[in-house]
Design a protein around this ligand. Sequence first.
Ligand SMILES: CSCCC(=O)C(=O)COP(=O)(O)O
Ligand SMILES: [Mg+2]
Length: 228
Amino acid sequence: MSNPTVRAIVTDIEGTTTDINFVHKVLFPYAHAKLPDFLRANAESPEVAEQINAVRREMGDADATLGAVIAQLLHWIETDQKVTPLKALQGMVWANGYQCGDFTGHLYSDVAPALRQWKGAGKTLYVYSSGSVQAQKLLFGYSDEGDLTSLFSGYFDTHIGHKRDAAAYQRIVTELDLPADAVLFLSDVIEELDAAKQAGMQTLQLVREGTQAGTVHACVTSFDEIVL
Ligand SMILES: CSCCC(=O)C(=O)COP(=O)(O)O
Ligand SMILES: [Mg+2]
């Protein structure tokens, strides 16, 4: 696929740059195991307290005990819910895992060379993931290919909106200050691509191992196939 009209690329992470198994079998279990002790140890720190209160608001129970908050968070991890305060807290917990060398951020082997090539060709690169901006920077900062954060001009998470909601992509286009059709969104998830297309973006589905190809969006199996 060759497309010189693209000026910026916004990429999803899970299932696009990164194996779903890394997220579901490494990151989520790590957060599930470490979050309870992390919250008990840091509940008084302002940045953690803010997220605990945000969880209470999501629960509709301003007086929920720390134990109830922890149970709610563990349930959200088990059911892969993209709740903003959970994502913020996961990022804080994963920081320790990356910094201690417990894991590195998985990237498919085609990702880093393509990102460098696109950047070298003058495209600006962004990430949009349900994982928090902190979690995104950690994954690319401690990636299998080293620190790739300098390749990116910005990061978006659920603070801009949810990934299946066209309004989130409209807000991203406004932030990028580009025509919507000059922005290419890459994802494995058809509902996300539908929302981006509705906002006027160009779209491309990544069909990695285990992903079902759709019929509406153009598909590639690797970043190598995307020549910009
Ligand atoms: C930023 S790495 C962790 C990814 C994550 O928490 C997640 O929920 C995956 O979301 P994505 O939008 O990248 O599919
Ligand atoms: Mg994805």
